[in-house]
Design a binder for this molecule. Sequence first.
Ligand code: WT7
Length: 630
Amino acid sequence: MTTIRTFEDYQQVYRNSVEDPESFWAAVAEDFQWHRKWDTVLEWDFHKPEVKWFSGGQLNITENCLDRHLATRGDQTAIIWESNDPAEESRYITYREAYHEVCRVANMLKANGVEKGDRVCIYMPMIPETAYAMLACARIGAVHSVVFAGFSSGSLIDRINDAGCKVVMTTDGSYRGDKVIQLKSIVDEALEKCPTVERVLVARRTGTRVNMKPGRDAWWDDELKTVSSECPATVVDSEDLLFILYTSGSTGKPKGMVHTCGGYMVYTNYTFRTVFQYQEGQVYWCTADVGWITGHSYIVYGPLSAGAITLMFEGVPSWPDMGRFWHVAEKHRVNIFYTAPTAIRSLEKAPLSYVKQYDLHSIKVLGTVGEPINEEAWHWYHEHIGRGQCPVVDTWWQTETGGFMISPIANITKLKPAFATLPLPGVQPAVMDENGKELMTNNIEGRLAIKFPWPSMARTIYGDHQRFKDTYFSTFKGKYFTGDGCRRDKEGYYRITGRVDDIIIVSGHNLGTAEIESAIDEHSAVCESAVVGYPHDIKGQGVYAYVICYDKPHEEENLRKEIREMVAKIIGPIAKPDKIQFVSGLPKTRSGKIMRRILRKVAEGDTGNLGDVTTLLDPAVVDEIKAGAL
Ligand code: WT7
């Protein structure tokens, strides 16, 4: 038994999944089209670390997302697309149309020299073509690396070079509220430093004038004129790469998390159907961008493999006004709505009339993801969007986990505001104390680890398996360390309390403090910087930067502006510091390690008790920092 319809089912299924994980996942995997069934369900060793699911199995994930639905629901909508501009017509793409579009794009890739195993960078906005691009790569066994289209050319360079991408897929421009972003020119700038890229395929979206480099760049619509709308799926192994997706590390450059085909397909499909309790014909809307793992797993692969109707929204929640989400939800009679706490908090601040003017009765299930949700936002969401009648599934997971890990199951798990509640089938959490011992009882707090593999876990960091081991498998021997702190209450419910490392989550975007610091340090006036997060009403966390300059700045405001622009240029606008405090020194230990604990306290406005500062090299800097706090 794998299907869950009652809480007793959940308990039974969970128990089976832990006692005999292989039989459990084999039963789930039976529901897919395989060219060849697996030889072994699971091989693993967390010390190496090595994990293989459905080894020997052969498949193509796009046959499970598209082909297999043609007979049963070929004319059903697969993707509803809603434009940034409310006046532009929505698009309704059936499974059959999606199938042919993906085949055409796949043939275009082939015609441009893309082969199995090649890496393709996708730097595109929220349009159906972006989903086709991902699936087209998967169709021919190429590996996609989607880079969020809000990232700057600097971030794009790092990601293209790290993966050694051969082709970039992009658009002329993209819309964001009332702004047009020149995507193609950002790509042009990046490619001056990306020697591996041979071809750039450009879809039209904004009609913006662009430069096309002869021999390198081609218009997508021209290329599609000559290709067939059938493309046989390349049969791949379960453990072949499906995609690379970059996520921030607490130090160094972003990590290219590697996900593979078989396990990822099985897990995203199962968790999508289970957590949302998706029912045939329901309209499902996840507001994330496809540039993040949420978009990969729960806009594209999970919903499509489940034959769902998935809504893709190009716009932003605040334009043309703060009612846009609710307008779209009413317009398309959305049944399942999945968004981020940061969006909820910003919409909660707007007058309630923006919600009240729309009929949201179609909504049956609500979800959140990306960061801990505060109770106030949870209640607002539950009451005003869910009419007090819809479950809120607070899904805890990560880019690295590929799919939901700890989450309520809609209408089945008893909810507790701000709790991700209970582990899903196959997920075995462990709460660890500071000494690396697992806490076996309830009503405890510690660091969250996972002690057994699940099918969609990342297999490695692209090109750096040692870093994969060091980051995730060295803190607690034989366990996967999540980087999060958590509490397990008397009932065994989990509440995620946030990162315990140097990663900050700004509006649901995962940013490494080291990354932001190195961008700030690029400014010629800056000698050194330290970045911490601080509580921010809407974004969850804001970016607070302490900056040391070579010379005391004359025009502080100007310099702040330049530093912010520098960060936007190197990483992207999401990483811009909200506050910049100029300081003459940083609190460092004798070994030179910055004591971020102190900086965090000051940034939080808590300057009363900074704890022990006696190990500092120069305790006097602390007084200066306190005095200048913003
Ligand atoms: C980190 C992962 C999972 C897709 C989006 C973010 C935080 C995520 C929750 C939640 C509390 C959460 C964690 C996690 N996080 N969901 N429901 N409750 N915290 O993916 O960028 O890889 O970030 O987001 O800190 O480690 P990501």
